[in-house]
Design a protein around this ligand. Structure first.
Ligand code: CMC
Length: 425
């Protein structure tokens, strides 16, 4: 609790309510508005731009300074020194693992590195070419049937089992979505490979053959997972928390997060970036698209630009851009026409008064789409890969919520419909 207090008073009356301020370790303190209904009013904040929905010790973002910390560690340092699985451990447990803890965690994840045979049957119900996000959302929700007996959400061991299962199984399900989408046979998991290499091998390998995934692409894939691992109370994480606050099955909660992520304003932006670059088609059309993005009458937005919180730069985008250059060089794709459009677009938007004034910088989705396209991943899979990395963030927030006292999430509204009226006689 901070010593600061606010008073909410109604003009012309003696009504005044004291609102205590709760201090945060970093960033804005928060005004505790629990007493506001005593005024006869609710607070109104569509889009939650001014509302802290919960208390959390997992991730901190300073959007003005372009800072992203997981459990206190800057994302740049994790990207340079850690790997995805170690970052998973950090997000869930709060501390980096020792060497033996890391080894044990990797072994635990490997022990869950499989899916029930029923999953294949379930997948076969989708026609080839079904959107991979639709399949992922459904197949993760279906896991709530498979694991219904070991998901007592009030039991810490059951929760940890769920965490480990999800981290292990998401890349398998993601790769199955890709193979089914493309009409290819599934490639089995291989516990001799690292998490990222195993994923790429399941995506692009040949059943029964040795992995030929290059170390540069393995590193880039691991980085993509790591950079997407968590991002505090974004739309999908808030959705998972809200679903979980009713005590719902965790796999169903993660499916709700996948649904929220799918939209082009959130995780679906990476697919939308590629589609936009293809629509632009040639550098000579860029100015026309920039004009459209600035036109209030035109619904078009420059995909991969802007962020609700980052108003300086997206630190994930900075790291992703470096990886992007590395991957393009490795694959000899520096002169790919689509990538040339992307680079020119980035340059123009960074200099254009409209984008500079509104602080619209390239976000993580701008570069991740380019890297994934270079690796040969189809755009329909981009958001699935985002979801695979983000699952640890979702489940860490879910676990944090359930490990502490919590209430079901139940926002109120400003009602603007009819007043009461009688059914016509
Ligand atoms: N292109 C053109 N104008 C834009 C864009 C854009 N990409 N983004 C925001 N604006 C304008 C917007 O029209 C508004 O102008 P005005 O003040 O004149 O009405 C102003 O900038 C503020 O926009 P907003 O919609 O109030 O901002 P928001 O915080 O509600 O939305 C956003 C954030 C990310 C949804 C939005 O910037 C956007 O739609 N970007 C494109 C989609 C995208 O790349 N999303 C991925 C986000 S990063 C990955 C993730 O975390 O999911």
């Amino acid at each position: 609790m901070s010593n600061k207090k606010f008073h909410l008073s109604e003009e012309g009356t003696d009504t005044s309510i004291e609102l205590p301020v709760l201090s945060s370790t970093l960033g804005q303190d928060v005004i505790d508005i629990a007493r506001v209904p005593e005024t006869g009013c609710f607070t109104f904040d569509p889009g939650f731009g001014a509302t802290a929905s919960c208390e959390s010790a997992i991730t901190f973002i300073d959007g003005d300074k372009g800072v992203l910390l997981h459990r206190g560690y800057p994302i740049e340092q994790l990207a340079a020194n850690s790997d995805f699985l170690e970052t998973c451990y950090l997000l869930i447990n709060g501390e980096l693992p020792s060497d033996s803890e890391k080894e044990a965690f990797e072994q635990t994840i490997k022990s869950h590195n499989n899916v029930e045979s029923a999953v294949e049957q379930f997948m076969s119900g989708f026609s080839q070419g079904s959107h991979p996000m639709a399949m992922l959302c459904a197949v993760v929700a279906a896991m709530s049937a498979t694991y219904n007996d070991t998901t007592d959400v009030s039991n810490a061991d059951d929760r940890m089992l769920t965490v480990n299962r999800l981290i292990a199984k998401m890349p398998i399900l993601a790769a199955m979505c890709h193979r089914h989408f493309s009409g290819l046979p599934y490639v089995s998991t291989n516990n001799d490979l690292s998490y990222a290499e195993n994923f790429l091998n399941m995506m692009f390998g040949t059943p029964g053959a040795k992995s030929t995934v290059s170390p540069v692409l393995t590193k880039a894939m691991d980085l993509i997972f790591l950079l997407h691992a968590d991002h505090e109370q974004n739309a999908s994480t808030s959705t998972v928390r809200l679903s979980g606050s009713s005590g719902a099955n965790p796999y169903a909660c993660i499916a709700s997060g996948i649904a929220a992520l799918w939209g082009p304003a959130h995780g679906g932006a990476n697919q939308a970036v590629l589609e936009m670059l293809e629509e632009i088609g040639d550098e000579k059309h860029i100015d026309e698209f920039i004009l459209r993005a600035k036109d209030k009458e035109d619904g078009f937005r420059l995909m991969g630009f802007g962020h609700r919180v980052y108003k300086n730069f997206d630190p994930r985008a900075k790291v992703m851009k470096e990886s992007c250059d590395e991957v393009l060089a490795e694959l000899g794709l520096e002169h790919d026409p689509l990538l040339k459009i992307a680079k020119r677009l980035e340059q123009i938007a960074l200099e254009d008064e409209y984008f500079v004034e509104k602080k619209l910088y390239p976000n993580v989705d701008f570069y991740s789409g380019i890297i994934m396209k270079a690796i040969g991943i189809s755009p329909e899979m981009f958001t699935v890969i985002f979801a695979t990395g983000r699952t640890v963030g979702w489940i860490s927030h879910w676990n944090e919520m359930l490990s502490n006292p919590y209430r079901i999430g139940r926002p109120r509204q400003r009602y603007t419909g009819y007043a009461q009226r009688d059914y016509p006689a």
